[in-house]
Design a protein around this ligand. Structure first.
Ligand SMILES: Cc1cc2nc3c(=O)[nH]c(=O)nc-3n(C[C@H](O)[C@H](O)[C@H](O)COP(=O)(O)OP(=O)(O)OC[C@H]3O[C@@H](n4cnc5c(N)ncnc54)[C@H](O)[C@@H]3O)c2cc1C
Length: 432
């Protein structure tokens, strides 16, 4: 039999407390860590990024509205004063559930309890050409890639005499009419309206087409009918071409091809049409739910494991009430992180915990600079007031005082001057 050689153990201080290893410091993992600050557990937080990121504002970085570093926050700074927390920058490759060990690219770590909070990855549904040539919008690198491609292609377009080539370089196709796609389309349209004429006076903004393609019959499918219709109207006011009930099936020779046979020419395709759970190898296939999520019980324990828990987007608490798990949104992730921390505190004081209950506090989505839609309980808001609610909620939710100030100042400047913050081209290897 082939011998399996594990790399050395990561050097960690000894502790008299039980050790909880948390994989992933997104909304769920970080909230869990905050909830167990300075308690009777040793917490090892492992993330392959050395920062927490605020995904709801990725589209603003992608369209030069915000600097990348105003929506990310380093873990080491985040845990100042957390005496029982150790952060490790590592990519977790495998979980050895029988040895209670995880294997990372820098060594292995033993655990008493494991919390999997690894979130999701972009789902391209097996469409290989699209995976290779489109840009996703899932993390800060994706937003920087989009920003660079957009600025680079606009530069190329302004220097090109062939009108068809110009259109191809400056047109954008966003696939997926959920919140990420709608917000991205709105921000690009604002860029076309207010920035293009100023920064590229030699270029006609009518050549820059923006398409939003959605596979179902409505955008913002998880929101109310009223909000979806208002958002549709706002996008149309911004001159965005919206294609509903259209599935993109291929992308080759700069042509986006839909199932009904439509062809759209563009060199810029942004894919926001799907996500799938991601987690390291080693979990039984019987514990995996559709969407590649980890099935959990009401205590957020992964099915089949006593000491492994899962929270956030990657977790699916399957019950009669939630046959498909909870929605993959920040508030569900935050509530699960908070709940599980309380659950562990209850263990220390021998208190019983009740099952996790999700409280839906509402959904919001913004379209362009001053308009948004909001479903809050039975109340629906659309327009400027909804945008004020959206701005306030997002500003208070961003990690770090400095980041709140940076984002607030950027928004104020762009509110009064239509000026965007950063339009530098610093190319990396995905951009040709
Ligand atoms: C563009 C966009 C816009 C969004 N807008 C909204 C919105 O407006 N409102 C809303 O409620 N939600 C929104 N969401 C969804 C929201 O961001 C997610 O629901 C939330 O981030 C889930 O939190 P999480 O902790 O489960 O996962 P994540 O925040 O994705 O965190 C997972 C963490 O795990 C780490 N990780 C993964 N695998 C490994 C590994 N093998 N080893 C080490 N580390 C690993 C990652 O680096 C990451 O830090 C948006 C998402 C996107 C992409």
């Amino acid at each position: 039999m082939k011998e399996v050689i594990y790399v050395n153990k990561i050097c960690l201080p000894k502790s008299k407390y039980p050790r909880i290893v948390i994989i992933g410091g997104g909304f769920a993992g970080l909230e869990f860590v905050k909830g167990l600050k300075n308690t009777g557990y040793q917490l090892i937080l492992i993330d392959r990024n050395n920062f927490h990121q605020f995904q709801p504002l990725l589209y603003q970085v992608a369209t030069s509205g915000l600097e990348p570093d105003s929506i990310v926050f380093p873990f080491r700074k985040q845990i100042h004063g957390f005496k029982n927390v150790i952060y490790k920058n590592a990519n977790v490759k495998e979980i050895n559930t029988s040895n209670k060990t995880i294997i990372t690219d820098i060594g292995s770590v033993d655990y008493d309890y494991l919390v999997i909070a690894t979130g999701t990855a972009t789902n391209f549904f097996g469409l290989q050409n699209i995976e290779e040539q489109s840009l996703g919008l899932k993390d800060i690198r994706d937003s920087i890639n989009i920003r660079h491609q957009m600025l680079l292609n606009l530069e190329k377009a302004t220097s090109c005499c062939n009108i068809e080539e110009r259109k191809k370089l400056s047109s954008f196709v966003i696939v997926g009419g959920g919140s990420a796609g709608v917000e991205m389309a709105g921000a690009l349209a604002e860029f076309r309206r207010y920035i293009l004429p100023k920064d590229y006076p030699e270029y006609s903004s009518s050549l820059m087409k923006i398409y939003l393609i959605e596979g179902t019959d409505k955008i913002l499918g998880t929101m109310s009918e009223e909000s979806s219709l208002s958002a549709l109207k706002y996008l149309k006011d911004l001159d965005i071409d919206i294609l509903l009930n259209e599935m993109v099936i291929d992308y080759k020779d700069d042509l986006i091809i839909t199932k009904s046979g439509k062809k759209i020419v563009s060199k810029n395709i942004i894919w926001t049409a799907g996500i799938k759970g991601q987690f390291p190898n080693g979990i039984n296939t019987g514990s995996i739910a559709p969407g590649n999520r980890l099935k959990t019980n009401g205590y957020l324990q992964v099915e089949g494991y006593e000491n492994i828990y899962s929270i956030g987007d990657v977790a699916a608490l399957i019950s009669e009430e939630t046959p498909h798990g909870h929605p993959q949104i920040a508030q569900a992730a935050i509530q699960q992180g908070k709940y599980l921390a309380q659950n562990f505190k209850n263990k220390l004081s021998n208190k019983r915990s009740s099952f996790f209950k999700f409280k839906n506090k509402g959904s919001l989505s913004t379209i362009g600079r001053h308009r948004a839609v909001a479903d809050i309980g039975r109340y629906k808001f659309a327009g400027y007031f909804a945008w004020l609610i959206w701005s306030f909620i997002h500003l208070i939710s961003i990690s770090g005082f400095k980041n709140k100030i940076l984002v607030g100042i950027n928004w104020l400047i762009s509110y009064f001057s239509y000026e965007k913050s950063n339009r530098l081209i610093i190319v990396n290897d995905k951009i040709k």
